[in-house]
Unconditional design. Structure first.
Length: 452
């Protein structure tokens, strides 16, 4: 996704853009080997959808027409946060829940249609080619299926190869320092199953999202998908691996403080094989701190910063980075490495703070906790408790997670006051205190109307 979006902005400033892709790309909507996370729940954050529509006008409407479910950011998602069921209300902010293959296919088709973009798939990048003094990159050496190596010349090269990026190794081999890597180890393990469920299994919601919290390091989601399917993804932190066999998968769902997901899937028809995925750590490469860097080489997407995927930030951050790159190129000249990476750092700062700050709420996660981190992690469970009855606080929180508002907006005096005034409710309904209907009664569907 980062490479496709970067190609889109480069196409406005360069005569020819070549996308080098290791996979043989499918002609339509299909899973591919290079995106194993595609088997699990994806949500396009609200800000990400806005940027995609700016880059590709009408794209989100096209995806919805192709079957992707959509809903309101607060009214169409059943949020469970810090052991509380957040009060739902439509806030006029749409959000999409396409499968990864559907979204990627739609973006890929738009990029392929650009007259000056060429997709060279089935090629593996060996390394960039450089000038003799290693001060500038001149293209990339690629290897085809037959093992032959050729060079694609270029005025600039953008590394969008994700978490497996070899740019730090290339820099070191060329005599440059490697960037500092900030890491917060989380040991996240995913397991997902597709289901056929009765109509209305989620009520009027498009997504159930059950987040983890200290003392409860498990999370799960259930989302409607195109093709009359539902996708259930369950997640464990710190090495807690959700089982893939059916009974264990259901037991994991039932172990959550709220059993809405379990009750929705227990009588469903599993489709196909389960899929797993592991994500060891949040990693941020601090390219903006390097004093030397070869000209003509840029890095973007997860190759700069990879986040805990449970927060759904990766594609949106890649889109914001691509848009920021486009703004730099619109000035009419190639930005210096320093200016480019400073712009990328500015994009990454807030989502990095959100992801790592949330993970550091768990005492078992190792990492530096600033006074601000400790204060926010003490405050958020109280805000979530208050949001169980106050939708204005829920709206403020989901706008932050959707990257529509800054985290500091949650500390606005009027919001802090509302949280403080709800302290008795927070005390009597602490994290994990839930009331479940008897096991033989179905969960009551929502009486709210579907979001437009």
């Amino acid at each position: 996704m980062a490479g496709l979006l970067t190609a889109r902005v480069l196409a406005e400033s360069f005569e020819r853009v070549t996308i080098v892709e290791r996979d043989r790309l499918p002609p339509g909507v299909a899973q591919r080997r290079g995106a194993p996370q595609g088997h699990h729940i994806h949500a396009l954050l609200a800000r990400g959808a806005q940027v995609l529509d700016e880059l590709f006008p009408g794209l989100t409407a096209e995806i919805i027409a192709d079957g992707a479910p959509a809903g309101d950011l607060l009214g169409g998602i059943r949020w469970f946060l810090s052991g509380h069921r957040i009060k739902q209300a439509d806030i006029g902010q749409p959000v999409l829940f396409p499968s990864r293959p559907l979204l990627e296919s739609a973006v890929r088709n738009r990029v392929r249609a650009l007259p000056n973009v060429r997709v060279a798939d089935g090629l593996d990048v060996v390394e960039p080619s450089t000038t003799a003094d290693r001060r500038a990159v001149t293209g990339v050496r690629v290897r085809g299926d037959d093992g032959d190596i050729t060079v694609i010349g270029a005025d600039l090269v953008v590394d969008a190869t994700g978490r497996g990026s070899r740019t730090p190794l290339w820099l070191e081999s060329w005599g440059y320092p490697r960037p500092q890597a900030d890491k917060v180890h989380i040991g996240v393990c995913y397991a997902s199953r597709a289901y056929r469920l009765p109509p209305g299994a989620l009520g009027s919601d498009a997504l159930m999202l059950h987040s983890w919290h200290p003392g409860q390091p498990r999370a799960a989601g259930l989302v409607a998908q195109e093709g009359d399917r539902y996708l259930a993804t369950q997640v464990g932190m710190l090495g807690d691996q959700p089982p893939t066999e059916l009974d264990g998968f259901l037991a994991f769902a039932r172990s959550l403080p709220f059993d809405d997901i379990y009750r929705a899937i227990r009588d469903g028809e599993p489709l196909g094989k389960p899929a797993t995925f592991q994500y060891p750590a949040n990693v941020r490469h601090r390219y903006e701190r390097l004093s030397r860097f070869p000209a003509g080489l840029f890095v973007i997407g997860d190759a700069v910063c990879g986040f805990n995927p449970i927060y759904g930030q990766g594609m949106t951050v890649a889109a914001l980075q691509a848009a920021a790159f486009g703004d730099l190129l619109a000035e009419g000249r190639l930005p210096t490495s320093r200016r480019y990476f400073q712009a990328m750092a500015k994009v990454v700062d807030v989502p990095w703070e959100i992801a790592t700050g949330s993970d550091l709420a768990f005492p078992e996660v190792r990492g530096r906790r600033t006074a601000r981190t400790r204060m926010v992690n003490a405050y958020l469970p109280r805000l979530h408790a208050a949001a169980a009855t106050d939708p204005s606080l829920g709206a403020a929180f989901v706008r932050v997670t959707g990257l529509l508002a800054a985290p500091t907006s949650l500390l606005r005096p009027d919001r802090v006051l509302r949280v403080l005034l709800s302290r008795h409710g927070a005390a009597s309904h602490g994290a994990g205190s839930v009331v479940r209907p008897p096991a033989d009664q179905p969960a009551a569907p929502s009486s709210r109307r579907p979001a437009a």
